[in-house]
Ligand binder design. Sequence first.
Ligand code: CO
Length: 519
Amino acid sequence: MRKELTRLVEIDRELGLLGHIAALLGWDQETYMPAKAVAERSEQVALIETVAHEKSVSPEIGDLLAALGSTTASPTGAPDGETSEGAPLDARERAYLRVLRRDYDMNTKLPTDLVAELARETSLSQASWIEARAENDFPAFAPHMERMVELKKRQAACLAPGGMPYDALLDLFEPGSTESSIAEIFAGLRGELVSLLAKIAAEPQVDDSFLRRPCPADRQAAISEWLTGIMSYDRGRGRLDVVAHPFTTTLGEDDVRITTRYIEDFFVSSLFSTIHEAGHALYELGIAPGREFARTRLHAAVSMAVHESQSRMWENLIGRSERFWKHNYARLSELAGGGGASSPLDGVGLEAFVRAINKVAPSLIRTEADEVTYGLHIILRFELESELISGRLAVKDLPEAWNAKTEELLGLVPPDDARGCLQDVHWSAGLFGYFPSYALGNLYAAQFWSAMKRDMPDRDDRIESGDLASILGWLRSKIHEEGSIYLPGELVRQVTGTSLDPRHFAAYLDEKYSRIYGF
Ligand code: CO
């Protein structure tokens, strides 16, 4: 490896360590930190992040990148070594330069005062949102949201001067995507979902009332323990803790932790959230870009949407499938009952259980939505946030616009803003451009799923016989191991042979729900 590259790896690994230290502070805050420790904890996090930001914009990085032939115009450096001294770079090294160049340009484009202002306003805005949601008081939150929209527009203008501001924000989460590329994908998706929903609504609704029978937290914990075991989530490299809002976090190359929550009268909530988060963790733990790039920026997921494709594949395509439960239902029923006590699944057959966990019904809350209506919740947010960022929609008019779109897409009218435009944390945290990742994740998952079937024709029989190791093996070799060598669009072509094609998802939903609902 050339000496400039060796030095870049050295700096990058230190940045990685700082990132993992910050993640550890965040994980502790969500799990075990005493409530009164929050004031100093936020200072600790701010200090680590300032140190990391300063390090990430150091001119030395820019000089090293330039010495290797990487410029804004040619982010991967000179492929043939003609314009730089020394040996030519191989494909992996050029991919590495590309991600470093992208991060460096992004970080150096943002003035420090804007970074600080965004950090400050985010914490104020989130605190205001928590209160406004509890009090159902949108006007109290509106000034913060206005400020947040202003700051995000400024951020977008710095990142892509003269470009479309919403495109710049989308690119932060899904590199290479634009408002128009996503709008095109979502237009087709919307048509599919709306027509499928109409077919489902014409059939008798499935009974899922038994899922509301009580199941104590310790039994749910036993179920989570068992599920993470059969998914091969390595407890030597991770752990499971309980929080208010489940997440996965990476604290080190061999330390990826998941969380869940136990709702006594809805045990499938923890069941699926554990599978979902373990799916994220398996991705992180499977990244292996080679010894020389271990713990560098290449040792990371491709994008938010690709990450979400992994969690949703485990949660929905595997975890809500009849084949998976054919092998595992007896054990679930046993664990849900505990030592001889009654189980919420007593007297419930496999078929009834599979139907219940796949019930489709429009609802107001995104995080509780089924696989069919989920995409409509995302389309709603995508359309509104692009209007907010482009200035076509004023913040004060958001509740009205939200309610109108909810009625248009889901046929429901939110009775209040708490169950309407105040339900999600994202906008209060400045995460404009994030929502589309969730829907794109479903689309990627279905397309990867088709490719897996092509490569492994007996995929379904393997799942039915309890062989999840070969599923994980395929995901690792095709998606996980490469880290962020590819951009999302490149990865999907590499693995499946075509660019992102929403028809895989539509076909998957059609096939599944025509069986569940019998049309
Ligand atoms: Co997720």
